[in-house]
Design a binder for this molecule. Sequence first.
Ligand code: LMR
Length: 409
Amino acid sequence: MSSRFSCVEAAPPVEIFALNKAYKEDSFPDKVDLGIGAYRTDEGKPWVLPVVRKTEKALSEDETLNHEYLGQLGLDEFSKAASRMLLGEDSPAIKENRTLGVQTLSGTGALRVGADFLARCANFTDFYMSAPTWPNHRLVFMHAGFKNCHTYRYWNPTKRNLDFEGMLQDLENAPEDSVIILHACAHNPTGVDATQDQWKQIADLIERKKLFPFFDCAYQGFASGDLIKDSWAVRYFVDRGFELLCAQSFAKNFGLYNERAGNLTIVAKDPEALVNSRAQITLLVRGNYSNPPCHGVRIVSRVLNDPTLFAEWQGHISEMSGRIIKMRAALKQKLEELATPGNWDHITSQIGMFSYTGLNQQQVKYLVEEHHIYLPKDGRISICGLNTKNVGYVAKAFHAAVTKFPSSL
Ligand code: LMR
């Protein structure tokens, strides 16, 4: 019997979700999930932020609300609040009406709507992503219709820090009008960010070579606990007068992973240019998913627009980022106590939920198969999966992996 679909080619699984499934199916009592980027408490449990729970209750009791359709561009009060959170209340771009906010299906949806818009409406063809990067950047941009995917060097594997010279050299060679994907803070997967001085040089190059910046901002407030610090690079570019796009996710900083709350902010030089852009994006969304869901963004909107709830939320983001910073220190300390070969300073100098450990594929395989510690092949770990109870177990397993397979550390 032949099927019309027999011609469909095989495709690889999405690594991070396959890993998550394998972790859930593992019955080993001391298993550890260092895979997918999702916050866990010190008890190893997902956390519904108390301010989110409280707001959900208030929403469910608010009989003025209903389930009518949102427009293609989503909940306006949410998008406006999200763009203000990103750029700052006093941003000249907001004051001069040079921004357009579009509610999207989390940060990935914002990248996709933005990439669709750039490829289909503004004739961009080439994009650059960091090497390594979050693997979905490639898929999103290629599916959106970009023709050429390039990478710029980012990670220095020997020094385990930013390959800034390599990055500048690669961007120097980028053709005019290439879209450059930049991680606003807490680069995924490396946890390595440019310094403010390096950002200034990146901005100079992008300006001189007439490239186009597209920021991916998935961790504002979650990285350092400080909303202003984590959006410094985006604000710097906007204050310098750049036109840009920025994708914002509220998955991590609000713990709203499956609600797909996101926003795309477009900053233009001329407010007039945004009139047609808004109309075209409306059609792009209409032809894709028609209009976005409301639950997640209603929560975010209420919190961002209410000073008391906002202050409560700020407490939550500092708690989450603080626990991550403590776990970085604990892992490094345990490895040093064990005299694990290699230098582990990068564990604490990196920022955000991920650490690029430098563990190689053989060591990773050993950790998964022998110690039930789940992490992707590139050696990235989600620090959120560490807690005071399992960090010793993880350090001992890392020690065993590095000792048994000494090649790269
Ligand atoms: C991750 O990098 O683990 C998260 O951002 C989840 C994802 O969608 O890849």
